[in-house]
Ligand binder design. Structure first.
Ligand code: 16G
Ligand code: MG
Length: 556
């Protein structure tokens, strides 16, 4: 690096000294910690995002959020030029940067890395990083730190987009690099116009949607998602959205609200209660990249019926499969490959259901980056985690084929069932966020599919019945002592643990159980499924004890 670059980095990084004794890791989805510990990390991730832009000669993104975690936490992650997660190949560099003890170490690391990667730091070309943050009070100061990191690389521009949902930022990075319109207004317009297009294509005999149920009530986790959903809702005629727990309502972010709370605790979020019995309700997480639905049963005493990511996946799969069957009726186009991707947390009943539909079901380890990568192998790949992270990916060649086909349809005419199916699939590819799972676009797709089918949330929820399950966490001395394989379903280390789990699981009808080290917390997680709630609980508890025995320390 030249003199100018060297002194720029030295000056700026000496303003951001990392806290002592804290080791940070990029983890499953970026750095997360108490916000007070993060200024130097965020500054350094700013440098990383600029270097990534330099390497790829494309726009990258940097998002400041700690998602569903408590309001005093914050976090930072990078969006790659295609709008997806940071290339995994750069994660070790992110860890090293964040933990470099001094500005001198930092510069040394950067020098080594740019040489290894063949990045020329000559200041040539346009480098740009788009910056966004959620509604956390610490977000603004951290965004300023990120800006200083980005602009420590000669020639790099930091564009502050202010408060956004995480998926909006990913969408904008992708759109910019594709040369498409990429503002927030463009995002809202693309989502709302493709939604309208799908509504217009609803078969007339099905369009008498159950009037009692024509409103969806959404819990915004007291975060950014509710605000953005209200803006989006203004552009939609065919759907009434009532938003509760929006950030401007004054509640605490993720406190007794939001998709993570609703999915894990299976209870109503604040602001919901018996008055909502039977109504279609949904919940977003703090940065609006997770979506779950729920029903408040009559006389529920706080419990809900959860309609989770697995059911959203099943609904999407059913609809897309139906459209593909229309499309493939006359065999003049190649059969499209439709694949679904789940993790071991997917309820066994959902996997059975998807297999019964004749679909190819694939499994990956937990974390969006793994599911996304797998789903991208198909013409249409649908992925969801049970916790509500997920989206639908369309290959470029498949979309190209749909475009060619729909261009032929005379304007004004909606054509045959096959042509309508092509138009619908094309609209889905525009409605659903192709960069990353997005609760807002996911919600619109769920809503329009329910209208298309003429289904209530109850009808949807009855697609299959979840097997009872239980999740526990075990605090251990060293969670990295647990090493898994086969999409986290089999423990390879410590030796003997898997055999012991197998032996225990075999004693329960429909028993299934796995353990894995968390990617975000210092614990080992246990998941168990069985034919009754009682036996699922017993299996989970027994296996938690086994983990304890093999690894030592205390379970909770
Ligand atoms: C992160 C992941 C999520 C995963 C969760 C698992 C992203 C954007 N988020 O929130 O996909 O389900 O971690 O947490 O990838 P765990 O490893 O602590 O169980
Ligand atoms: Mg999130």
């Amino acid at each position: 690096m030249n003199e100018e670059q060297h002194s720029l980095l030295l000056n700026s990084s000496s303003r951001f000294i990392p806290p002592q004794g804290v080791k940070l890791s990029y983890g499953t989805a970026g750095f997360r910690a108490d916000a007070s510990l993060l200024p130097s990390t965020v500054f350094r991730v700013g440098i990383l995002a600029a270097l990534r832009s330099l390497k790829t000669r494309s726009v990258t993104g940097l998002m400041i959020t700690a998602s569903h975690n408590q309001v005093s936490d914050n976090g930072v992650k990078v969006a790659d030029p295609n709008g997806g997660m940071l290339s995994q190949h750069w994660e070790p560099f992110a860890d090293a940067l964040a933990n470099a003890p001094s500005p001198q170490h930092l510069i040394l690391l950067i020098n080594e890395f740019v040489e290894k990667e063949g990045i020329s730091m000559d200041g040539a070309g346009t480098l740009e990083v788009l910056l966004g943050r959620d509604t956390r009070p610490s977000g603004d100061a951290l965004l300023q730190a990120a800006k200083q990191g980005v602009t420590s690389i000669v020639g790099a521009v930091a564009t502050d987009l202010g408060i956004l949902t995480t998926p909006q930022l990913h969408w904008m990075v992708r759109a910019r690099n594709k040369g498409m319109k990429a503002s927030e207004q463009d995002y809202f317009e693309q989502l709302s116009s493709s939604f309208r297009c799908l509504v217009d294509l609803i078969p007339t005999e099905k369009s008498k949607f159950n009037g009692v149920n024509d409103k969806v009530v959404v819990d915004g986790a007291n975060g950014v998602g509710g605000v953005k959903l209200k803006d989006l809702g203004k552009l939609l005629n065919a759907l009434a959205i009532e938003v509760r727990n929006s950030s401007e309502d004054g509640g605490v972010l993720n406190d007794g609200v939001g998709a993570d709370y609703v999915q894990k605790e299976k209870v109503v979020p604040h602001g919901f209660g018996s008055k909502d019995a039977g109504i279609r309700c949904a919940s977003l997480d703090g940065d609006a990249d997770r979506l779950v639905y729920f029903i408040v049963p009559p006389e529920s005493s706080g419990r809900i019926d959860l309609v989770d990511g697995d059911k959203i996946l099943s609904l999407f799969a059913l609809f897309i499969r139906e459209q593909l069957s229309f499309l493939n009726e006359k065999e003049d186009i190649n059969q499209a490959r439709l694949g679904v991707v789940q993790t071991a947390y997917a309820n066994g009943a959902s996997t059975n259901y998807l297999k019964q539909l004749g679909l190819e079901v694939n499994f990956t380890p937990t974390g969006v980056k793994y599911l996304h990568e797998k789903a991208a192998e198909f013409d249409i790949g649908i992925y969801f985690e049970a916790n509500g992270h997920g989206t639908v990916l369309f290959s470029e060649s498949f979309v190209g084929g749909l475009e060619a086909r729909t261009n032929k349809i005379a304007s004004g005419s909606k054509g045959s069932e096959r042509e309508k199916a092509a138009l619908r699939l094309l609209a889905v590819s525009k409605l659903i966020n192709q960069a990353v799972g997005d609760a807002l676009s996911g919600l619109l797709l769920v809503e329009v599919i329910l209208q298309h089918m003429g289904w209530s949330i109850h009808r949807w929820n009855d697609l299959y019945h979840d097997l009872p399950s239980r999740q526990l966490k075990v605090k251990v001395a060293d969670r990295t002592a647990v090493v898994t394989t086969n999409a986290e379903t089999v423990v390879v280390s410590p030796p003997g643990l898997q055999e012991a789990i197998n032996e225990e699981t075999a004693r329960y009808p429909q028993g299934r159980c796995f353990v894995r080290p968390s990617g975000t917390e210092d614990v080992v997680r246990v998941y168990a499924e069985a034919s009754t709630q009682e036996t699922a609980d017993t299996l989970a508890n027994s296996v938690a004890r086994l983990v304890d025995q093999f690894l030592g320390s205390n379970s909770s």
